[in-house]
Design a protein around this ligand. Structure first.
Ligand code: ZN
Ligand code: ZN
Length: 247
């Protein structure tokens, strides 16, 4: 691997982890739901996830399976977890603002929480986020308690080439990380069993091998992501989910 590729890989990996922001804006249609609603079955036994995507850029089938498997592993939803796709034909701007994203949800969201069914809206946008984070680009944001945006256009520039992971690995990793925030990690609605929040990066885990770590810097993790492994939740994050009604 030459220096250029190594640099690219490190930028990618740092981008992946830094590339997520947690926002707590009010959201269009899921404002009242909490991490506990996801983790336990006492309020909702069924979870329905809508993935809205710009025409021509659907999520990878592996990503859909990985999201379902991640949530089945950590939440109690005896009624099942389903994913519905919603193609948006309106072309997105090259760069989206948070207002643009929330307007898309308001216009196109078709699933709404009611009865026994909890819902999440995921917008897989073929655009870039207008705000970077320092030197890094943003890949995903949990912008409400039941709302996630993923920046597919940015993820595609960072995957699929030589020295880059496959697209679905990146898409799955970012999506699962954002769902980790939806489940209240780290210390964002699911109380910590023992202190493990990264002091410098709020709501992220201090374990560099954890899915909820803000940055990945070791060659081990470079190898893992390039070798096709998506980071998993570590013991501390898993314990938090268990202690707050999940598994
Ligand atoms: Zn994050
Ligand atoms: Zn963790």
């Amino acid at each position: 691997m030459d220096i250029k590729k190594i640099t690219l890989t490190l930028i990618l990996l740092t981008t992946f982890i830094c590339g997520c922001k947690k926002k707590t804006n009010s959201v269009n249609d899921s404002g009242a739901q909490t991490p506990a609603n996801y983790l336990s079955s006492s309020d909702y036994g069924t979870l329905k996830i809508e993935i809205a995507y710009n025409a021509g850029y659907p999520p990878a089938s592996e990503t859909i399976n990985n999201i379902k498997s991640f949530l089945s592993s950590h939440t109690n939803k005896p009624g099942g977890i389903t994913v519905v796709l919603n193609e948006i034909t309106e072309a997105p701007p090259a760069r989206s603002s948070m207002a643009d994203i929330m307007a898309i949800e308001k216009k196109y969201r078709t699933v709404f929480t009611s009865g026994d069914i909890l819902t999440t809206f995921v917008y897989l946008s073929n655009s870039e986020y207008e705000e970077g984070q320092g030197n890094y680009q943003t890949l995903g944001i949990e912008y409400g308690p039941g709302s996630i945006v993923l920046f597919g256009r940015t993820m595609r520039t960072l995957s699929g080439g030589i020295g880059q992971p496959p697209y679905y690995i990146l898409e799955s990793s970012v999506a699962m990380h954002e769902f980790g925030h939806i489940l209240g990690l780290v210390n964002a609605g699911s109380k910590m069993v023992s202190s493990h929040m990264d002091g410098a990066h709020a709501h992220h885990c201090n374990n560099k091998e954890c899915l909820m770590y803000f940055a990945v810097e070791t060659s081990d993790l470079v190898a893992n992501l390039l070798g096709g492994s998506i980071p998993a939740l570590d013991g501390n994050c898993t314990n938090d989910l268990r202690a707050n009604g999940g598994k």
